[in-house]
Design a protein around this ligand. Structure first.
Ligand code: OGA
Ligand code: MN
Length: 202
């Protein structure tokens, strides 16, 4: 079931006349089961536990994070990755490497657009351990923005203008509001699949 409605998305008034279709922005609650979440976390923990949370680099797009990329996953996790790729309709071949990003309870992701050097026309992310709030803001007109509620276990897909013209960010705990509703931000792990960058961007 795909839901893009007021339960999960609030669009600013400036977007009233812009249709937001599923091919541009998708959110699927309960995309994975708790068992699949546990499997992905167990596998990731082996790599994550050797890494320290980074928060000293003032110019980083992310605060309070650790991360790794891997193409080696268990059969069960590969099955989830395959489902993500199918749901996201990656047109060109998807990137082999899947990115796992772990932000601690005080961590957050500042507004940014993924570089064309390592990301093609789509970004798809599964949220583990914590609900969070993602904000998308049009780069050239900040009155155009969307607030998304990303529940734990959900999948989101950014494409078209939401991939290229809108920055995306994950709000810090103190900013973590979906409308009037406070969404507690705990430690959050995401599994992010990106489509292959165009050869011209490399
Ligand atoms: C990123 C990013 C979003 C997420 O790593 O570039 O925006 O859901 N991640 O973790
Ligand atoms: Mn990003």
């Amino acid at each position: 079931m795909t839901i893009i409605d007021k339960t999960f998305m609030i669009a600013s008034a400036a977007l009233k006349h812009s249709p937001i279709t599923q091919s541009k922005l998708k959110l699927i609650p309960n995309f994975i089961s708790q068992k699949e979440e546990e499997q992905i976390l167990n596998e990731s923990e082996k790599k994550l536990k050797r890494l320290k949370y980074q928060r000293d680099h003032w110019d980083d797009a992310i605060v309070g994070y650790r991360e790794f990329e891997s193409a080696n996953w268990s059969e069960q996790t590969l099955a989830v990755i395959e489902r993500v790729k199918r749901e996201a309709h990656f047109s060109n071949s998807p990137r082999q490497l899947v990115h796992v990003l772990d932000i601690d309870a005080a961590g957050f992701i500042k507004p940014h657009i993924d570089s064309n050097r390592y990301c093609g026309d789509k970004v798809a992310g599964v949220s583990l351990l914590s609900d969070s709030v993602m904000r998308l803001v049009n780069q050239s007109d900040s009155s155009k923005y969307i607030t998304l509620l990303l529940p734990r276990l959900s999948l989101y897909v950014l494409a078209h203008e939401f991939r290229y013209d809108y920055t995306h960010e994950i709000l810090s705990d103190e900013m973590s509001f979906f409308g009037d509703e406070y969404v507690k931000r705990d430690r959050r792990v995401s599994m992010v699949c990106r489509s292959e960058p165009s050869p011209l961007s490399k």
